[in-house]
Design a binder for this molecule. Structure first.
Ligand code: ADP
Length: 502
């Protein structure tokens, strides 16, 4: 997710988040610090973006002091956890994974209610979060080192993998279950202690996840939930000397700040940030496959770092493709996240909605043609409903094609041949995902080899990834070792080289 460096998402006028703050009330749900739940402090209301009159509950926002207490607790619990056998570390992860999968309907409903993605996607995401825990439960048992001969006679060399200590995990609002899961699960599996800071807009799912984790049999204080603001909780994590590493997913502007702050205290850092992902459609593509792949760019209301936002289309198929995608968008029902008819939920909040509207206006000022969508919609409940927008006649140097909008807005760029398509696809600061739709094996192979992105797909959307293989991008999209699959161990462990003369 996120914007392009410091000059993008922040460049547009920001409005305050539309969550009501009730400083005097006691929160319904609290933070988990050193094994205890804390409801004292500031209580913040969690409001449903599909229905602004629906307040889900109030959640305690932690202070910097609370966060330091969480770090201290994690530090104290770490040696015990790191000293357990792999099977003992596997058991709680299996417990958490099983319960998430068993309760996916209930927690998925909460997720959709607070984030706004359609119910089926919310339920699917919670099940996916469960799969992460189960996968990394197994990985706890597969953390192998190396043993090799020394260059010196009679000496043995071992390369051991060891945990880092306390890790700080800072997550965004767009995948309230999956992103925390793909950070917490490997962090624990590989023997670390955790201080978890979810995004301000989605405390409900984070709390539900933390509540399950609190009953999974981990040592007290090993896992801590600190809900709250970036400037309080986030900054406290970044300043804590006892935090060995920070894994972050969010905007490029915040990511850059976090990298600089982590350097001050020599923390290991992993950043997952924005995308401006191209979907290339060649003349020989199957039209239905291409249109379906492009429609996927609007899923989650386009609020996905992997979403395709630049549709790079060859001239021979251009008009048919635009018609086919427009037809699909006409049936892409925008509505309340919990309505079974809904394909596209509301925009997450007022700030993001304003950003989307500003970019839609900007695209028109830049000379792009708005083929469909872009207007606000009225529904039975008060929510941030926006008709998915499609631009044609755009150039890759327009701001709508350079900057991450993070909304249901896509732009078609017409190209004459594959060579131009590849050049346009790669001409971006970002490099998270890319896709090509073609029947040509030769072009698909060339694209896979030459696309400058961390993930590339053929005849598939740019979004929707597996959990057992690496996830991450090139250029401004990512920084540090990859997430997910077995590759996650490169971030969550360090190596120690041991020499022995028996
Ligand atoms: P968005 O603009 O979409 O909210 P952000 O990158 O600002 O995206 O937020 C992603 C996560 O980073 C959230 O959990 C947020 O609270 C956190 N965050 C924001 N600012 C900071 C900061 N200065 N230090 C640490 N974390 C931060």
């Amino acid at each position: 997710m996120g914007g392009e460096g410091t000059r993008q998402r922040r460049a547009l006028p920001a409005k305050p988040r539309d969550r009501k703050e009730l400083p005097l009330a006691r929160a319904d749900y609290g933070n988990l610090i050193a094994g205890d739940w804390h409801t004292e402090g500031e209580a913040v209301a969690n409001v449903n973006p599909s229905d602004l009159d629906d307040t889900i509950a109030t959640y305690a926002f932690a202070s910097a002091e609370d966060t330091h207490a969480a770090v201290d607790a994690a530090k104290r619990a770490f040696p015990q956890w790191a000293g357990l056998t792999p099977e003992q570390r596997q058991a709680p992860l299996e417990f958490i994974g099983d319960e998430l999968i068993r309760r996916k309907d209930e927690i998925g409903r909460l997720l959709s209610r607070e984030e706004g993605k359609p119910l089926a996607e919310g339920v699917g995401e919670v099940a996916r979060a469960g799969q992460f825990f189960k996968f990394y439960g197994g990985e706890a048992l597969r953390l192998h080192g190396d043993f090799t001969q020394s260059v010196r006679p009679g000496v043995e060399v071992e390369v051991r993998r060891e945990p880092l200590g306390v890790v700080g995990l800072i997550t965004p609002w767009n995948f309230p279950a999956a992103i925390p899961a793909w950070k917490i699960a490997p962090a624990l599996a590989y023997g670390n202690a955790v201080v978890f800071k979810p995004a301000e807009l989605v405390p409900g799912t984070a709390w539900a996840l933390a509540e399950i984790i609190s009953r999974s049999g981990l040592p007290e204080g090993l896992f801590n939930l600190v809900m709250g603001r970036g400037k309080d909780v986030g900054e406290a994590i970044l300043s804590a000397r006892d935090v060995a590493a920070v894994s972050f997913t969010g905007s490029a502007a915040t990511g850059g700040h976090i990298a600089r702050r982590c350097a001050e205290t020599m923390k290991k850092v992993q950043l997952e940030m924005g995308g401006k992902n191209p979907l290339v459609v060649l003349d020989d593509a199957d039209l239905e496959t291409a249109a379906a792949a492009a429609l996927n760019g609007y899923s989650g209301t386009g609020q996905k770092c992997t979403a395709s936002s630049r549709l790079v289309v060859q001239e021979g198929i251009h008009d048919r493709f635009v018609d086919a995608l427009s037809d699909k968008l006409a049936g892409y029902t925008v509505g309340h996240a919990l309505d079974p008819e809904t394909k596209c939920g509301p925009v997450v909040d007022e700030t993001q909605l304003q950003q989307d509207l500003d970019y839609i206006a900007l695209g028109q000022q830049e000379g792009a043609e708005l083929v469909t969508g872009g207007q606000l919609l009225n529904r039975a409940t008060r929510g941030h409903y926006l008709a998915p927008a499609l631009f044609t006649g755009t150039r890759n140097d327009m701001r709508i094609n350079r900057e991450e909008i993070f909304g249901p807005v896509c732009a078609v760029i017409r190209v004459k041949d594959y060579a131009e398509a590849l050049a346009v696809a790669n001409d971006t600061e970002y490099g998270l995902t890319s896709a090509i739709c073609t029947d040509s094996l030769k072009r698909a192979s060339h694209f896979k080899a030459n696309s400058r992105s961390g993930i590339v797909t053929v005849n598939l959307p740019t979004g929707g990834m597996d959990y057992h293989v690496p996830f991450g991008g090139m250029k401004a999209s990512s920084y540090g070792p990859r997430e997910q699959g077995q590759y996650a161990r490169d971030f969550y462990t360090t190596t120690k080289t041991a020499y022995t003369k028996p």
